[in-house]
Design a protein around this ligand. Structure first.
Ligand SMILES: [Zn+2]
Ligand SMILES: [Zn+2]
Length: 142
């Protein structure tokens, strides 16, 4: 309606100039909103790769710090101790049975894994692959 008023009432412009300005601003608002939406869309498109990079950077940061990993207790697997168990204990990451003299790392939740399997995992995620118990919270609690 504002646009019709602005474009069809040339002769009234001088008589009702303030009304003309008001109508002009009214019909300008949708264009401004459209321009703003397009601007936001372009900013989003430009920033999206940056956001993805930032997210992956934050993901890397959420791994377990190396000093926390090295503080977790280790033990050497010996066959004689585990003989009484019906099934030979498995490493849940590589699904291989533990063998004599292999280094195991014991997480705060008492789950055990090969040191060579769990260390890279903890580098990415600070939690047990089996029960999701956080390694970091347990460390802080001690
Ligand atoms: Zn393993
Ligand atoms: Zn666990």
């Amino acid at each position: 309606m504002g646009q019709v008023y602005v474009f069809n009432t040339q002769d009234c412009k001088t008589n009702a100039f303030s009304l003309y300005v008001y109508a002009f601003i009214l019909c300008l608002i949708p264009y401004l909103e459209l321009g703003f939406a397009i601007l936001v869309f372009f900013i989003f498109c430009l920033c999206f790769p940056c956001l993805v990079r930032l997210a992956s950077y934050l993901d890397d940061e959420s791994g377990t710090p190396q000093d926390v990993i090295s503080k977790l207790p280790c033990r050497t697997f010996t066959v004689s101790k585990e003989v009484n168990s019906i099934e030979a204990p498995l490493c849940s990451i590589c699904l291989a049975e533990y063998e004599q003299d292999q280094q195991l790392r014991i997480l705060p939740c008492k789950h055990e894994f090969h040191t060579t399997c769990i260390d890279p995992w903890l580098g990415n995620k600070p939690s047990c692959p089996l029960c999701r118990a956080s390694v970091l919270n347990q460390e802080r609690g001690v």
